[in-house]
Design a protein around this ligand. Structure first.
Ligand SMILES: [Zn+2]
Ligand SMILES: [Zn+2]
Length: 360
């Protein structure tokens, strides 16, 4: 099968022929239908975060089940599924307390002595984040995908695999936004737009979108932003303070930078909570003013929207089908696997919301 392989940090992905193994007892072989090109992939291409190479990248996808292992009970051949990188073991403390996205278990992966799931003619290849979805097929643990209704279009379903689950989940699962509360979202890429949409579904009173690009702020309004702040036109914290008369209940950082994380904390009202979604480069320190803790301001991280994805994802599908999740507006272009590098270039320019690779 064809797959997009990262062999060297900083170099374009190469489209290669990759061999995929047969499903083990708890594994599922999936024919990939669509795969979103997420900013997190770019962090590994650039080397901002390390990963063993060569690896088949991609982690936001939908597909159809082709084969299942002997013990698989959660999906059947022919099922439409969305994948999730939050593969969970099901029996550790995190899983048993409903925090499956924190599961540190490795039993959902193959061990070092097992045949690899992916390989080329000479060597094993690393599977990326339990998935490797820039490929015509995926071989994954059954706890890395969930069945969805068949009338859900596969291109928008793929987005639920990462950006939507990350953004909406940060609002509902991590920040637990209550109806009427004021929310600011810094960064209006795929995850930020999903957070804005999630805040709208959760019944937030005011939803303030913050970005440097007017085109993204216009898009944010379609997703439910009630106010926009153009951070290229002066200090965004001052602008949010003026708009709200004293700060927001929730600020969400959806870029992954030191200054925007500090801005998220600074724009809180007394008692407010900053939730950091973005992947901040390794080794970065965040500086906060100690006196703000006397105002009971809080800051927390959110990993993959604190998801319980087998529950969350089918709900997000229903939100889309009933018109509440605006996923169609999130896809800026549909491309072929061979065009994946140009999608990364677009991401680096920060212009487009989302490119989705479509497989035939
Ligand atoms: Zn992602
Ligand atoms: Zn677990």
């Amino acid at each position: 099968m064809k797959a997009a392989v990262l062999r060297e940090v900083g170099k374009p992905l190469q489209i290669e022929d990759v061999q995929i193994n047969k499903p083990g007892p708890h594994e599922v072989l999936i024919r990939t239908a669509a795969a979103g090109v997420c900013h997190s992939d770019l962090h590994f291409v650039n080397g901002t975060y390390p990963y063993p190479l060569p690896a088949v990248l991609g982690h936001e996808s939908s597909g159809v089940v082709e084969q299942i292992g002997s013990e698989v009970r959660t999906v059947a051949v022919g099922d439409h599924v969305i994948t999730c990188l939050s593969a969970f073991c099901g029996h550790c403390e995190h899983c048993l307390t409903g925090h499956m996205s924190r599961c540190p278990g490795t039993e959902t992966q193959r061990g070092p002595d097992d045949e690899p799931r992916l390989a080329n003619a000479a060597d094993p290849m690393y599977q990326f984040l339990n998935l490797s979805s820039f490929a015509e097929q995926m071989l994954i643990h059954e706890h890395a995908c969930t069945k969805i209704r068949k009338d859900m279009p596969m291109d928008v379903a793929a987005l639920i695999g990462c950006s939507v689950t990350t953004g909406v989940g940060a609002i509902t699962n991590t920040a637990k936004v209550q109806p009427g509360e004021t929310v600011a979202v810094i960064g209006c890429g795929g995850v930020g737009l999903a957070a804005i949409n999630g805040a709208s579904i959760a019944g937030a009173g005011r939803i303030i979108a913050v970005d440097m690009q007017g085109s993204k702020l216009n898009l944010a309004k379609e997703f439910g932003a009630t106010d926009v702040v153009d951070a290229s036109q002066g200090d965004p914290v001052a602008q949010v303070m003026e708009l709200t008369g004293g700060g927001v209940h929730h600020a969400l950082e959806a870029i992954g930078l030191k200054p925007t994380t500090e801005q998220a904390f600074k724009m809180l009202a007394r008692g407010g909570t900053a939730t950091v979604i973005g992947m901040i480069p390794l080794g970065t320190n965040i500086e906060l003013h100690g006196a703000d803790f006397l105002a009971e301001k809080k800051i927390q991280g959110s990993l993959m929207g604190s998801n319980r994805f087998p529950v969350d994802m089918p709900r997000y599908v229903d939100f889309y089908m009933s018109g509440k999740l605006k996923l169609d507006n999130m896809i800026s272009q549909r491309i072929k696997l061979a065009d994946v590098n140009s999608a990364f270039e677009e991401l680096e320019r920060g212009e487009l919301a989302r490119s989705v690779i479509m497989f035939d």
